[in-house]
Design a protein around this ligand. Structure first.
Ligand SMILES: C[S@@+](CC[C@H](N)C(=O)[O-])C[C@H]1O[C@@H](n2cnc3c(N)ncnc32)[C@H](O)[C@@H]1O
Length: 291
C-alpha cells in the first residue's frame, strides 16, 4: 500500500510541474512519460519484491507452526490414541488371547532358558517383564527361577489373569504403560519383553531402549522380540475380537537402535510364528549391557 501511494504522489507531482511550463510542454511531456514509466517499473518491482518476501514469510510461519503442532500436539495425541486402543483391546480379549497362544509353540521358553543360563545365579536376580500378559509362560518361569520379578502390563484384565496364574510372593505386579515406568539406574539383571514392545508407536520404542539400558546393571540382559518391517503404524479392525495396533522398524534399524542405546547384541534371528496358517516373522534379540 505504501508503495502504491508513493506512485500516486510521484505522478501527481510530475504532472503539476509540466502544466506550469508551456514552452517545453512536448519535451516535458516525453520526459514526464519516461519518468512515470520508470517509476511505475520501479514501484512494480518493489511490489513484486515485497509480495515475494511476504509469501516466503507466510510459508516459513506455516512450516514452523506445523513443527510446533507435531511436537506439542499431534504426535502425542496419536500415540495416546494407539495406547488406549491397545489397552482396551487387551482388556477385552485377555482370555481369548490366552486360549489362542497356549496352543502355539513360540521361542519364548527357549530364550528364557538362555538368559537364565547366562545369569549364573538367577536366584539372586531382579527381573523386569514388560507386557507380561496373562503371566504364562514368561512370568511363571521367571518367578520360579529368579529372586524378584516385576511383572508389568498396561491392561488391567491381563494383570488380573497374571495374578491368578502366578501366585509366588517374589512377584510384584504393575499395571502401567511401560513407557511411563521409572526405575533407579542399575535396578535389574534382566529385562524381558515378549510381543509387547511391538504395540508401542515406534518412536516410543526407540526411546525405550536407552531407558532399559539404564535400568540394567552392568552385565544385565535385554531379551525381547520386535517386528521386522518398516511399518510406522498398522491397525486391525478385528484381531481376536478387538481393534489392535502395532508399529515396527525394519531389522537393521531395530539392531542399530539397540546398539545405539549401548547394548552389545549377543544373538539375533528372525523366526516365524504360525498364526493360524499365516507365518508371521519376529526379530528375536538377546542383548547385553557391557560390564
Ligand atoms: C501379545 S501380548 C503378549 C503377552 C505376553 N508377553 C506373552 O508373551 O504372551 C502383548 C501384551 O503387551 C501389553 N502391552 C501393550 N502395550 C503396552 C504398554 N504400553 N505398556 C505395558 N504393556 C503393554 C498388552 O496389554 C499385552 O498384555
Amino acid at each position: 500500500m505504501a508503495s502504491l501511494n508513493l506512485l500516486r504522489w510521484s505522478v501527481a507531482r510530475d504532472t503539476s510541474t509540466a502544466a506550469k511550463d508551456p514552452k517545453t510542454s512536448v519535451n516535458k511531456s516525453a520526459a514526464i512519460g519516461n519518468t512515470v514509466a520508470c517509476k511505475i517499473g520501479f514501484v512494480l518491482r518493489q511490489e513484486i519484491f515485497l509480495l515475494t518476501i511476504a509469501k516466503i514469510n507466510r510459508f516459513w510461519q506455516a512450516l514452523m507452526s506445523t513443527n510446533m503442532e507435531n511436537e506439542k500436539g499431534n504426535v502425542p495425541h496419536e500415540n495416546e490414541k494407539a495406547r488406549l486402543l491397545v489397552q482396551r483391546g487387551y482388556d477385552k480379549i485377555a482370555d481369548t488371547y490366552l486360549n489362542w497362544t497356549v496352543t502355539k509353540s513360540t521361542p519364548r521358553l527357549a530364550y528364557l532358558e538362555k538368559v537364565l543360563l547366562k545369569m549364573h545365579t538367577p536366584l539372586n536376580a531382579d527381573v523386569l517383564e514388560l507386557g507380561c500378559g496373562a503371566g504364562v509362560p514368561g512370568t511363571e518361569l521367571l518367578s520360579s527361577r529368579c529372586g524378584k520379578v516385576i511383572a508389568n502390563d498396561i491392561s488391567r484384565a491381563q494383570i488380573e489373569l497374571a495374578k491368578s496364574h502366578v501366585r509366588r510372593n517374589n512377584v510384584d505386579f504393575s499395571q502401567e504403560d511401560m513407557t511411563k515406568l521409572e526405575f533407579e539406574p542399575a535396578s535389574f539383571d534382566a529385562v524381558v519383553a515378549f510381543y509387547s514392545i511391538i504395540h508401542l508407536p515406534r518412536g516410543e520404542q526407540a526411546i525405550l531402549f536407552p531407558k532399559i539400558y539404564s535400568w540394567l546393571r552392568p552385565g544385565g540382559y535385554l531379551l525381547c522380540n520386535l517386528g521386522v518391517s518398516d511399518v510406522p503404524a498398522s491397525m486391525a479392525e478385528d484381531w481376536l475380537g478387538s481393534q489392535m495396533y502395532w508399529s515396527s522398524f525394519d531389522v537393521k534399524t531395530n539392531l542399530k537402535l539397540i546398539r545405539d542405546a549401548g547394548f552389545a547384541i549377543n544373538e539375533h534371528e528372525v523366526l516365524e510364528d504360525d498364526e493360524d496358517g499365516t507365518l508371521v516373522p519376529f526379530l528375536w534379540i538377546l542383548a547385553e549391557k557391557n560390564m
